[in-house]
Design a protein around this ligand. Structure first.
Ligand SMILES: C[S@@+](CC[C@H](N)C(=O)[O-])C[C@H]1O[C@@H](n2cnc3c(N)ncnc32)[C@H](O)[C@@H]1O
Length: 231
């Protein structure tokens, strides 16, 4: 398809840069409780030692490594080679040997339909413009087995007082992580494609997902706990 969006081209933060990759985990520790996120994702997806799990936009591999201890096979996908290299190094240190690292993204992954029991998408779908988010979510829906779960976490903008919510989040990030995190967050809204809650919900539902629960933190950090219905 000549007109396929080039998802390998970085938008906003350049996660193909080694410098950005090296600073990623320490800077995210300033505003995330990653242990809590991992617990929430596991509680929703409920992996078993027979499950195949997909972590799409895996970044430094925190979800991939944690889930790999609880499932049969973990597919860790990212479009950034240095992100994949760091995730692979961390996995080797933990002696994880059931993770398949794949250089691909939402629009280019090639996995059999209905072969996956759970999908983790954390802070990565916003790199695609909205139409391509719709394409991506339909592709995720297709690879999930009926009854499969999607843990979807991202920056999503509330429908009311949107600009105020964004400014409050930027200020909060500045308090937590100084100029680095403030600028990081500004770049997010200026150059990346976080969208509105009503759009995100429409995209998820139109792809076929049922949204079973929602949770919002820090005004704009939103988790949708989704399921592919049984036929
Ligand atoms: C903010 S990081 C999130 C990493 C990790 N999931 C987390 O929760 O910390 C965003 C990641 O998404 C990746 N990414 C960007 N566009 C992507 C795409 N189209 N498909 C898959 N991954 C993508 C980036 O390379 C980066 O590693």
């Amino acid at each position: 398809m000549d007109w396929l969006y080039d998802e390998f081209q970085q938008t906003g933060k350049d996660y193909a840069s080694q410098e950005e990759v090296d600073i990623y985990d320490p800077s995210h520790d300033d505003f995330r409780d990653i242990g809590q996120e991992l617990d929430e994702a596991v509680n929703w997806i409920q992996p078993t030692l027979q499950s195949r799990i997909l972590d799409i936009g895996c970044g430094t591999g925190n979800f991939s490594i944690h889930f790999s201890e609880r499932c049969q096979r973990l597919y860790a996908l990212d479009i950034s080679p240095p992100m994949l290299a760091l995730a692979q190094k961390k996995a080797a240190e933990k002696k994880r040997d059931n993770i398949e690292f794949i250089h691909a993204g939402y629009l280019t992954f090639d996995l059999p339909e209905r072969s996956i029991h759970g999908v983790i998408s954390s802070l990565s779908l916003h790199h695609l413009p909205d139409f391509w988010k719709a394409v991506a979510l339909k592709r995720l829906f297709a690879v999930l087995a009926p009854g499969g779960k999607l843990y979807f976490h991202d920056v999503v903008i509330p429908d009311d007082h949107s600009e105020k919510a964004i400014q409050e989040f930027i200020d909060l990030q500045g308090e937590r992580g100084g100029d680095f995190l403030r600028e990081d967050t500004q770049i997010h809204f200026k150059e990346e494609y976080s969208t509105c809650d009503w759009v995100m919900q429409g995209l998820l539902r139109t792809a076929g997902f049922r949204i079973r629960q929602e949770k919002t933190r820090d005004r704009v950090l939103k988790t949708y706990y989704c399921e592919k219905p049984h036929e």
